[in-house]
Ligand binder design. Structure first.
Ligand code: 5CU
Length: 389
């Protein structure tokens, strides 16, 4: 009997009800505000304000952000069989340490329950929903509290990873205080999903009102690029080769800049001898969501990963790295995602443009076989998250 090839969404968010309620109580960003709908006297609506310097009008928010039925409806509409759901930014970054610890624990239990009571996937023992838990990454949280949270997440049956931002406990992800956390994560099967929130200095974006375009299109991916690069430079990937790190938005500009990074390292007396490998090698150790909306970009990232895999094999096989470049290698580290419920269509359409474009992008990559594409749509995720039907 032919096995159905599954569509698995690894980049899909939720604000769990407990978290949304917290945002409603807040008077500063991040928050959910209620305001009168423009042009509709007496009718109020909720707005999400999470980005620094975002106008108080924020953006519309509704049940698609917290209601599991809406998530499943969205999945059905787009033929998504299974989703690995993660809390959306800015997670617990803004809370004092004790509240962050308490809320992380409660939200992890909430998310496990959200997944555990979801429908099963036809003809399998799998649920349609699995999740990324949270660690209490907030200012002043101790390494031991992080270790406790890693243990909690690893023990919850429907949580298969954790999502984190780039701030760590205040000094970024290359902070030495996070070393025990990386060690503990590398010892589990948890996948670490690195996701942006802060973007880059807004001065870089000038004075003109361009809506949310610049922070989301450029700020987010540049933030991920910098965080992943700092992790590479800190030696975390050398010390923890088993760490499974998934980068949002295909790693931002990391693929494009990896040879420049390697060259800068090679020419820098501070960093030249620090790493065990050429910087490009580490790109072959990472995983990338396929949320880039274009087949050329997917193909390019896939080529760079393939080449990095070539760098990994280079020493062992003494092969010329060019020979080892095969686009299919890279595809194995790429995974379909939607970013739901962000990027809803501006006008009513049957399917979401953001989803359709990402699926078309996978379909259109030159040099990927049907098997490679099926892997990116779902097979790679099932493998990575240990969800073989
Ligand atoms: O549109 C946005 O603001 C976002 C966001 O905040 N987080 C995310 O994952 N995607 C889009």
């Amino acid at each position: 009997m032919a096995v159905k090839r599954l569509l698995v969404d690894v980049h899909t968010h939720v604000y769990l009800p407990r978290y949304a309620n917290l945002l409603r109580t807040r008077t500063s960003v991040p928050r959910i505000v209620e305001r009168e709908r423009p042009g509709a006297q007496g009718v109020t609506e909720e707005r999400l304000v999470i980005l620094e310097d975002e106008p108080i009008s924020g953006r519309p928010i509704g049940s698609q952000y917290w209601d599991r039925t809406e998530k499943l409806k969205f999945m059905d509409l787009h033929g998504i069989d299974l989703s690995i759901v993660s809390s959306a930014n800015p997670w617990l970054d803004f809370l004092p340490a004790p509240s962050a610890c308490e809320l992380a624990s409660a939200l992890n239990t909430d998310l496990d329950e959200y997944c555990a009571s979801a429908p099963t996937l036809a003809d399998t023992a799998l649920r349609r929903l699995y999740g990324f838990g949270l660690l209490p990454l907030a200012l002043g949280v101790t390494p031991n509290a992080l270790l406790d949270a890693v243990k909690q997440v690893a023990a919850l049956p429907h949580l298969r990873g954790i999502i984190l931002g780039t701030r760590g406990i205040g000094s970024g992800l290359d902070d030495e205080l996070l070393e025990p956390m990386w060690e503990a994560l590398a010892e589990t099967d948890l996948v670490v999903f690195l996701h942006p929130h802060y973007g880059v200095d807004k001065k870089a974006f000038g004075e003109r009102d361009n809506g949310h375009v610049l922070p989301l299109a450029l700020g987010f991916p540049f933030e991920t690029t910098i965080a992943a690069t700092r992790l590479i430079l800190s030696g975390v990937l050398d010390r923890h080769p088993n760490l499974r790190l998934l980068l949002a938005h295909s790693g931002g500009a990391l693929a494009q800049l990896s040879s420049r990074l390697a060259s800068c390292i090679a020419h820098d007396p501070v960093a030249a001898t620090r790493l065990e490998h050429d910087a490009r090698h580490y790109l072959g150790r990472l995983y990338y969501d396929a949320v880039v909306y274009g087949c050329e970009e997917l193909g390019f990232v896939s080529d760079v990963i393939s080449r990095s895999t070539g760098y990994a094999n280079l020493k062992a096989s003494a092969k010329d790295s060019a020979e080892a470049v095969d686009r299919a290698f890279g595809s194995k580290r790429m995974l379909f995602g939607t970013d739901h419920p962000f990027f809803p269509p501006l006008s009513e359409t049957e399917k979401w443009k953001s989803v359709v474009e990402n699926l078309e992008a996978i379909e259109g990559v030159q040099g990927w076989s049907e098997g490679d594409k099926a892997g990116v749509r779902g097979g790679n995720a099932l493998e990575l998250f240990g969800l073989k039907p």
